[in-house]
Each structure stands twice: as structure tokens, then as C-alpha cells.
Ligand binder design. Structure first.
Ligand SMILES: Cc1ncc(COP(=O)(O)O)c(C=O)c1O
Length: 484
């Protein structure tokens, strides 16, 4: 072995020992997923583990086995808990062991999917063409794998902005015309849509919050009225965002009606389908999403209801050329070639913000192939059945009340106790959620509906079973009775 340092790479000196360590870590990772039901849903990170993650900046190499030990002792056991069947918080998918394999291969290739001509590009193109097929988008539409729906919506709405203002806006900025642009989304739309308007220089106020009906769906008369008012005021409506599955209650806006209004007023129709869009895979949910296939753009996540391991989102844009024009930049050092490694045009960096892009597409491709869309869709339907089952259990208990209709997979309810004020009920229900989490029993989250604090149960979980729902309700009752 040479001791000339310039001839030493960062590769292991002893590949055999390294291979054994890697196999051991793979075993630990698989064990972690295989036994998720046996552990508490969530455990706070102990001080000892936190301490081990506050060490001085390492200037010298550390022992690889010790690094692996820190991972298995201080990091792996203290996750969010979303691999557990009783993880019901926010909107997290639950991941699959198959994706561990895909991630290993992706890490080994260390591919950059900004562009060029290599196999990973063809995998992402395959994913894009499958998405076109799922949502019945034309061959001229475009798509891009991104981190999540926030990024997907930003890309879609920038395309919409640039199409309205003309592509010169990329050089000149939004100017006086841009300042007049207005857009519309339900008051229940996700905060990422408002953030997008901020980032696009249009300002969050340009996004008009449209009131919702008693089902938490966008009210169509209010939408029309808001558009008409903006026209009368000299503003320029350019976009409407429908939500297919709101984060609070799982409500689905009337996408067909929004599509008609968008056509009438020449608006870009974007759908935030972060989790709900994949309901399109299910015969029993698709009718509720009627109009989704008419959208100009759809943003959704594979890491939610398709359970691809974090992170993996997607943007689908009907007008692929407008999408490319909105993001393409090919300076000299990124010049396209007809042949060679710089071929493979167009490059994915022409469809989004990022030039350096990892190989997220592989885990998506793997997931779809390993499980098939029929099975994945069945799990989505199962989650909606479980939500309805929870609703039935809640309706049978005098101490519990449902706070929103169950349209999809989200159940918002609370423990009620006579003679308690709204404020006291909020404290009580928040405490129930905290104790469920801290005792590792289940992990719902909270939200506020009509001023009332709700225990919010979201089921985007392929491991959840009906018995988990039964146990959740029993635990809520037990805690409520104890704490009231
Ligand atoms: C309806 C909705 N839109 C957008 C988002 C943001 O998605 P992401 O976290 O993937 O950026 C979420 C996240 O839960 C969501 O539920």
C-alpha cells in the first residue's frame, strides 16, 4: 500500500471490512422497518443522543464503525414515527423497505439528473410518461420530479405567471403589469401556495382567499364574485388553484366547476393535489376528483399516498413548451450536443430551479413497479375506509364529537366534556394529543376548525389496520376521561 497521500482516495482502505459494515447497516435498516409496529410510535430524542450530535467539527477521520454505531444508537430509533401504523399526524407517507434497495442503488450511481445522457435520465422520463398516462395528460405535457408539492407548485405557478406576462418577464421582472396579477385559492389552501406568490414577486396579497362551504370546499359563487371584483378594479386575474384534499380536513374542491370558471376567464388552473391527486388511482375516489384531468398543472407527492421514501414530489404541466421556456437556461458551459454525454436533450434543469438533481426517480420507478398501481390504489381506498370507520366509532361515543365531514382520509374530532369552556376544551384536547404522542401510543396532530381545537387524524399509511383505529379511539377516551 502506498503512503503517498495524493494517491489515496476517500474510498475505504479495506473494502472487505467496509462491505461487512454496510451489510450490517442494511440489516439494521431492514429490522427497523420490519419491527416498526413493536416500538412506540414516537420517542423524544434522549439527552445522551442529542449530546452525541453536538460534537466539535471533525478535522480528522473518525472510525467508520463508531460513526455507524452513532447512527444506529442515536439517530435511527428517534425518527418522526411515520413508518409506524399508528402515525396519524400531518400528512406523511409511511415508506417501504423496497425503497431502501432503490436508495442504495441510487447512492451508488451518485447520478446528477440536471441533464446529460445516462440511464437515470431515462428512468425519470419513464416516471414522467407514467404520470401523463395516470392523469390523461397529452404527450406534449411535461413533468419533473421535485422535492415536494411546495416546489412543484412554485414551478407550475411560475410557468403560469410567465405565460401571462410574456417570457420577457424573466429578464425585466414583473413590472407594473405583474403588480396587477391576481389569483384565487380556497381559504383552506395550503400555506405553500401563499409562499409561492411571495417568491414569485406577486405578493401573498395577490392570492385571494376564497371562503369555503360547510364541507370546507371552495365556494364557487364567492370565486366568481372575487374574479369579477378584480376585473372591475382593473386587476388581471391569471390563475386559480383548486385543492384536491385540503390539509386540514381532506376536502376536495369542485375541480370541474373551477375548470369551467378558469376557461371562462382565461385563467391558469392549477391543482394542489399533494396527497389527494393520487385518489385518481381508485375507482371509488376518482369521481370526486372529476376535472383534475382538465388542469393546466398538477402538483402532488409520491412521498405521501404512494409511500415513496422521503422526499419525492412531482409537477405535471399541460403546456410542456411554456414550462420549458419558463426555466430553460443553457449557457456555454451547459451547451447541448447532438451526441456524446452532453446529449440527451432536453435536460431536466430546463424545467425547474435546480441544476444539481439527485436520483429521486429511481425510488418512484421502483415503488410503482414493485407494488403496481392497483395495489397502491387499494391502500388509498383502505385508508379512506378506515377514516369512515373512525367516524362511525366517534359518532357512537357521547364524549366525542366530529368537527368536520370526512371526505377522504382525514378525521377531525374532539373529546367533549360538559361545563368546559372552548378554551378549556382546547387545552384538554391538545393534552390528549401530546400524551398520545409522548406515551408512544399514536401520533395524531392538531388543527383549529371554526375556532375549535381538533384532534386531527390523517391516514396516509399502508400499515394502518382497523384495529389501530379502534385502539386510537379507546386511548382518546381513556385519556379524556382521566384529564377532564
Ligand atoms: C394539501 C397540501 N398541499 C401542499 C403540501 C406541501 O407539500 P410538501 O410538504 O411536499 O411540500 C401539503 C403537505 O402536507 C399538503 O397537504
Amino acid at each position: 500500500m502506498t503512503d503517498k497521500t495524493e494517491e489515496k482516495s476517500l474510498d475505504p482502505e479495506n473494502w472487505e471490512a467496509f462491505r461487512a459494515l454496510a451489510h450490517e447497516m442494511l440489516d439494521q435498516a431492514l429490522e427497523h422497518m420490519a419491527t416498526c409496529r413493536e416500538r412506540p410510535v414516537w420517542k423524544p430524542v434522549p439527552n445522551e443522543a442529542k449530546q452525541s450530535l453536538m460534537e466539535p467539527l471533525p478535522l480528522e477521520a473518525q472510525n467508520t464503525k463508531e460513526i455507524a454505531d452513532t447512527v444506529t444508537k442515536s439517530i435511527l430509533p428517534y425518527g418522526v414515527g411515520n413508518t409506524h401504523p399508528k402515525f396519524f399526524g400531518w400528512v406523511h407517507g409511511s415508506g417501504t423497505p423496497g425503497n431502501i434497495i432503490a436508495e442504495i442503488a441510487a447512492a451508488a450511481m451518485n447520478a446528477n439528473l440536471g441533464g446529460r445522457d445516462h440511464a437515470a435520465i431515462y428512468v425519470e422520463r419513464q416516471v414522467i410518461s407514467w404520470c401523463r398516462e395516470i392523469f390523461q395528460f397529452p404527450p406534449t405535457s411535461s413533468g419533473l420530479v421535485v422535492s415536494g408539492t411546495s416546489m412543484a407548485s412554485l414551478i407550475a405557478l411560475k410557468t403560469a405567471r410567465d405565460k401571462k406576462l410574456g417570457i420577457d418577464v424573466r429578464k425585466k421582472g414583473i413590472g407594473a403589469e405583474g403588480a396587477k396579477l391576481t389569483a384565487y385559492a380556497s381559504a383552506q389552501a395550503h400555506a405553500c401556495i401563499g409562499k409561492t406568490f411571495d417568491i414569485l414577486g406577486l405578493g401573498q396579497k395577490a392570492l385571494r382567499p376564497i371562503p369555503v362551504n360547510s364541507n370546507y370546499e371552495m365556494d364557487m359563487d364567492s370565486l366568481r364574485a372575487a374574479i369579477e371584483k378584480d376585473i372591475a378594479d382593473g386587476n388581471q386575474p391569471f390563475c386559480v388553484v383548486g385543492t384536491a384534499g385540503t390539509v386540514n380536513t381532506g376536502a376536495i374542491d369542485d375541480l370541474a366547476a373551477i375548470s369551467n370558471i378558469a376557461e371562462q376567464y382565461d385563467l391558469w388552473f392549477h391543482v394542489d393535489g399533494a396527497f389527494g391527486a393520487l385518489g385518481w388511482l381508485c375507482d371509488d375516489i376518482r369521481p370526486k376528483l372529476a376535472g383534475l384531468d382538465q388542469a393546466h398543472s398538477i402538483a402532488f407527492d409520491f412521498h405521501k399516498w404512494m409511500h415513496v421514501n422521503y422526499d419525492a414530489g412531482f409537477v405535471l404541466v399541460r403546456d410542456g413548451e411554456a414550462h420549458r421556456r419558463s426555466f430553460s437556461a443553457r449557457p456555454d458551459y451547459l451547451s447541448p450536443e447532438e451526441r456524446g454525454l452532453a446529449g440527451g436533450n432536453p435536460w431536466f434543469c430546463e424545467y425547474g430551479l435546480e441544476l444539481s438533481r439527485g436520483f429521486r426517480a429511481l425510488k418512484i420507478w421502483w415503488q410503482i413497479k414493485e407494488h403496481g398501481l392497483i395495489r397502491i390504489g387499494q391502500k388509498i381506498s383502505d385508508n379512506c375506509n378506515q377514516a369512515r370507520y373512525l367516524g362511525t366509532l366517534i359518532s357512537k361515543e357521547a364524549e366525542l364529537e366530529l368537527l368536520a365531514p370526512i371526505g377522504l382520509n382525514i378525521v377531525c374530532f374532539r373529546y367533549r366534556a360538559p361545563n368546559k369552556s372552548e378554551k378549556e376544551l382546547a387545552v384538554l384536547n391538545r393534552e390528549i394529543v401530546l400524551q398520545l404522542q409522548e406515551n408512544g401510543l399514536a401520533a395524531p396532530s392538531t388543527t383549529i376548525l371554526g375556532g375549535k381545537l381538533a384532534i386531527r387524524v390523517n391516514i396516509t399509511n399502508h400499515r394502518t389496520q382497523l384495529k389501530d383505529c379502534t385502539e386510537l379511539i379507546a386511548d382518546c377516551l381513556k385519556l379524556g376521561n382521566k384529564l377532564k
